[in-house]
Design a protein. Structure first.
Ligand code: PLP
Length: 421
């Protein structure tokens, strides 16, 4: 049993370099986070060796008595966290959680209604070359000129097309959705309402965002974004019949053996999410996003053509609008990379620039809040970002800002207890 460095020095070196990258830069990709060491430990455990097709107490393999404990704890904690009657913790990812729900409740060719990808929706909500776009007849709703989901359009499209499922949820949207109205529309046209809370689940768990579970027929999520756990997916419902259909769509419908090591890590992250430290972290996440939005709405930014979609944020991310700026999304992403801040460029609604360039940035605060950042640090970061997007940015300025980023990163060491491989 040799160490990773002995068995595979090339992989060990790449992983060490990745850890150094995470340590020395400021991670602001809105869908990323840092899982705690306890989660990494569970995921790197011997549970990776175990086959456990089936569900706790109903397995198709022997020797499942301990992974049954693991999976049952994950299920029970997830139900408690989101006040749900039934939970499935086996989907390998968020996309697979959504696939399982579609397989459980829809037939090929059925109509679905989701938020347009270019307006903040996810690939699995009906993008043309995603399986969701190929398997189903997709209709898309949009955001209005204020950047808010146009609920009147949702209602009109639902009445016109009578979809079998309405999907509420997003990958790039800075506000809360009106789950009650979504459900009323779904009920009126006899559709299922699926809420995909992948991005904002951590805020829900902390009580800082409305819980969609009581309103949706089915709620899906990832576990690795604001929730701060291992990469993976989950499905929740309060309906016993739907729960049965979903379980059988996940296994044997779509997956084979569950990843019990990942499920162990999910269980740990759900326990962490029940604590006061987690609530405080989500509060700082929201505060950080608001400080960033406020900074980017100041006159110096407005003069440079920089703005913020919907005029602010209620969640963990800010969508920067560069449609009126000389700087495009690609250049802005590169500039921020140069100073050590990682973000992703993002199309804005009705984007005048091509998809590989875009006119927007999506900037999120969950990973830095996990690292320990509070209002003072987020205010500094907001100012560094503003200076990086300003018209007078040059290599000299970049060097100074990079120094500030490194100092902030050093103040909040990441994984200090982990030795390099
Ligand atoms: N749903 C939403 C809203 C997402 O933003 C994402 C990820 O970006 C997913 C689903 C898919 O999750 P995964 O990348 O784990 O498949």
């Amino acid at each position: 049993n040799q160490s990773l460095a002995e068995v595979d020095p090339e992989i060990a070196e790449a992983l060490d370099a990745e850890r150094d990258r995470q340590e020395s830069t400021l991670e602001m990709i809105a869908s990323e986070n840092f899982a705690p060491v306890a989660v990494l430990d569970a995921q790197g455990s011997v549970a990776t060796n175990k086959y456990a097709e089936g569900y706790p107490g109903r397995r198709y393999y022997g020797g499942c008595e301990h992974v049954d404990v693991v999976e049952q704890l994950a299920i029970d904690r997830l139900k408690e966290l989101f006040d749900a009657g039934y939970a499935n913790v086996q989907p390998h990812s968020g996309a697979q959680a959504n696939t399982a729900v579609f397989f459980a409740l829809l037939q090929p060719g059925d109509k679905i209604l989701g938020l347009d990808l270019a307006h903040g929706g996810h690939l699995t909500h009906g993008m043309r070359i995603n399986y969701s776009g190929k398997m189903f007849e997709v209709h898309a709703y949009h955001v209005d000129e204020d950047g808010l989901v146009d609920m009147d359009e949702v209602e009109a499209l639902a009445r016109e097309h009578q979809p079998k499922m309405i999907i509420a949820g997003w990958s790039a949207y800075p506000r809360q959705l009106d789950f009650e109205r979504f459900r009323a529309i779904a009920d009126e046209v006899g559709a299922y309402l699926m809420v995909d809370m992948a991005h904002f689940a951590g805020l829900v768990a902390a009580g800082l965002h409305p819980n969609p579970v009581p309103h949706a027929h089915v709620t899906t999520s990832t576990t690795h974004k604001t929730l701060g756990g291992p990469r993976g997916g989950v499905i929740l419902t309060n309906d016993a019949d739907l729960a049965k259909k979903i379980n059988s769509a996940v296994f044997p419908g779509m997956q084979g053996g569950p990843l019990e090591h990942v499920i162990a890590a999910k269980a740990v992250s759900f326990k962490v999410a029940m604590g006061d430290e987690f609530k405080d972290r989500q509060r700082r996440t929201l505060e950080g996003a608001q400080l960033l939005a406020d900074r980017l709405l100041k006159p110096d930014m407005t003069e440079a053509g920089v703005s913020v979609l919907s005029g602010g944020t209620d969640v963990h991310l800010v969508l920067v609008d560069l449609a009126k700026s000389e700087l495009d999304g690609k250049q802005a992403e590169d500039r921020l990379h140069q100073v050590g801040i990682t973000v992703n460029r993002n199309a804005v609604p009705n984007d005048p620039r091509p998809p590989m360039v875009t006119s927007g940035l999506r900037i999120g605060t969950p990973a830095l809040a996990t690292r320990g950042f509070g209002p003072d640090e987020f205010a500094q970061v907001a100012d560094i970002i503003a200076q990086t997007l300003a018209p007078d940015f040059d290599d000299d300025k970049a060097a100074v800002l990079r120094g500030q980023v490194e100092a902030l990163a050093k103040q909040f060491p990441l994984y200090p207890s982990l030795a390099h491989a």
